[in-house]
Write a protein that binds this ligand. Sequence first.
Ligand SMILES: Cc1cc2nc3c(=O)[nH]c(=O)nc-3n(C[C@H](O)[C@H](O)[C@H](O)COP(=O)(O)OP(=O)(O)OC[C@H]3O[C@@H](n4cnc5c(N)ncnc54)[C@H](O)[C@@H]3O)c2cc1C
Ligand code: FES
Length: 271
Amino acid sequence: MPLQTEGIVVKNERIKSLYFVLRIYCPPIANQIKPGQFVMLKVSDDAFPLLRRPFSIYKSYPVSYPEKEKRGYLFLLYKKVGKGTQKMTTLGKGQKVNLIGPLGNGFTLPPLPSSANCILIGGGVGIVSLFPLAEALKWRKLYVFIGGKTQSDILGIEDFRKLNSNIFVATEDGSMGFRGTVVDLFLFQKKRFNRNETYYTYACGPVPMLKVLAGATKRKNFICQVSLETRMACGFGACWGCAVRTNHPKTPYQRVCEDGPVFRFEDIAWE
Ligand SMILES: Cc1cc2nc3c(=O)[nH]c(=O)nc-3n(C[C@H](O)[C@H](O)[C@H](O)COP(=O)(O)OP(=O)(O)OC[C@H]3O[C@@H](n4cnc5c(N)ncnc54)[C@H](O)[C@@H]3O)c2cc1C
Ligand code: FES
């Protein structure tokens, strides 16, 4: 059940180039969040920006979490791209922030019992929503594809390593790992995925990347979900500003914030 509540900034640190991690103490949301859900954050008390900004949850720890010092925390991993995220970088320890969450449907985990393997494909900050999913899937065989324009856009490798996942990295300029997009790398590695096995495949990233991936995963043994990051005004289903076209004649448009952000690949009209 989404709540509008206050959190307290515990730490807001730059991790590299334009990327920051904001740690917020907010037990009511930390207790409820599922992989793939997000929050709408009021980044500042000033009149601008008026609208909240959507952010996926990178890490969260409910109050029942065994390590006492982490209990009730939410971690947002964000990129400074515009005026809102610029203001966000100035949030300091002890400051109060207003949040609405958890929002959206989140990812559907593979059914049990099944030992199916999982493939996670993230471009840029798309990797953020995939990390809690990887934690939920850590006892399965995990293949994680991480991509970005350049080395400084490659996020979360150390965290994914701790989950014993098979990690593949692509940068468009070749400064780290494979030279090309993360989808090029996935296509390059596709031969390792056996046609007789099922792969639950989860992706998040820019729409052009997802569009190509939708074509590349049209095989029966890839069961694919995608998390979309459209621009949002309200974040809870009221304005339809985030609507995307679907392949369903009865519901030709769906709201990313309320009906998503996670959809089956085949539900989205990619053209
Ligand atoms: C469900 C969801 C989860 C998200 N999770 C994260 C996350 O974990 N980490 C993170 O860094 N960002 C995430 N985003 C994107 C983030 O919300 C935007 O980067 C942020 O709202 C930009 O605010 P701004 O005021 O700084 O930028 P603005 O000044 O509003 O815009 C600056 C530039 O960024 C572009 N832009 C803004 N929003 C988006 C968007 N949603 N998609 C593509 N381009 C955009 C604009 O077109 C413009 O070029 C998520 C978005 C959604 C919908
Ligand atoms: S952002 Fe308002 S309906 Fe989705």
